[in-house]
Design a protein around this ligand. Structure first.
Ligand code: SER
Length: 316
């Protein structure tokens, strides 16, 4: 029986991954942790819950021992735009936090999931149909931590046999927990604004193509890669995964099919635009498809219908 620890359980991915993993492995086999103590109400839902700061290696080791953890989903991160404001903190959490988790995993024989990102690519990466194995020279702190994280995970597997696995997530669109401080956040905000005000001020320029994915597919990717038959894996970390690629006009047009009066204006955010300009327009995820049968379910059309419905209920 698996005993799973989710680190960053209150984040955009963690909050929904908790529910999915508990459905699969049973409530008490999935332990939640986060640097922030949840509110009383949320604590009841997340329990068993441990307050845990990834920069404290002893605390990680203590929680892993207490619950006999064998699999860690390591999700804490400072997203790309905030990481440019606070690069030192982004490094500390992104790199030192991951290093601590890998050290505990080595000592306690845990498997580790590490989410890398489209941010692991940079301005010299070919932007269209970006291959799995290609030049990665990111020029953002977020990207530096993600590419170094991929390499560190590969190293711990090769050198110490730690079962590290991971994917390069695109922008993740969801309605349960808001992302915070990412370059791709606009693709979430647009739904809230479309329903509330029929109007959105987009921080990215028209024509800025980026890969995106709806949360159910992201959860499926994180769980499937950890369950994949290791004999099929040629790669282990940083698998390209994508479900759709669009630019702001494309998603606005899709929303307009349901909210005909929806208007979009552009208020360029130079930090987010500069970051987005160095990321791929679209990734090639054929290695994930071949090595662990990755296959997303939601395209833009299907996701838009579901998001509009769920966000409307939430805002009532
Ligand atoms: N969603 C992330 C960001 O925009 C990308 O991985 O920072």
């Amino acid at each position: 029986m698996k005993n799973i620890l989710i680190i960053g359980a209150q984040g955009q991915i963690g909050s929904e991954l908790t529910t999915e993993l508990r459905k699969k492995y049973g409530h008490k086999h999935v332990i939640c942790s986060d640097v922030r103590m949840p509110s009383h109400e949320v604590l009841n839902d997340l329990s068993p819950f441990e307050r845990l700061d990834v920069t404290n290696v002893e605390r990680i080791a203590q929680v892993v021992k207490k619950y006999k953890i064998d699999t860690i989903y390591h999700l804490p991160a400072i997203l790309s735009a905030v990481a440019e404001e606070k690069p030192q903190i982004a490094w500390n959490i992104g790199i030192n936090g991951l290093y601590n988790v890998l050290e505990v995993a080595r000592e306690s024989n845990c498997a580790v999931f590490f989410p890398s990102s489209i941010g692991a690519f940079g301005p010299t990466t070919p932007p269209d149909n970006t291959p799995q194995d290609v030049i990665q020279r990111p020029d953002t702190m977020y990207g530096v931590t993600k590419v170094a994280g991929e390499l560190l995970c590969d190293y711990y597997h090769k050198r110490f046999g730690v079962d590290t696995r991971g994917v390069r997530f695109p922008g993740i669109i969801s309605y349960v927990t808001l992302p915070g401080g990412g370059t791709t956040d606009y693709a979430v905000e647009i739904f809230y604004e479309a329903i509330k005000h029929q109007k959105y001020h987009c921080p990215l320029k028209a024509g800025t193509y980026l890969d995106m994915m709806y949360m159910p597919d992201a959860l499926n990717a994180a769980i499937s890669i950890m369950e994949a038959d290791p004999s099929r894996l040629v790669h282990r970390n940083g698998f390209n995964v994508t479900a759709m690629s669009f630019e702001p006009e494309t998603i606005a047009a899709e929303i307009r099919k349901h909210i005909p009066g929806f208007k979009m204006e552009y208020h360029n955010d130079p930090i987010r635009q500069a970051i987005a300009d160095t990321w791929p327009n679209s990734m090639d995820d054929s290695c994930a498809r071949e090595e662990w049968s990755w296959n997303p379910e939601f395209n833009l059309e299907k996701m838009t219908i579901d998001m509009l419905e769920k966000v409307a209920v939430k805002l009532k």
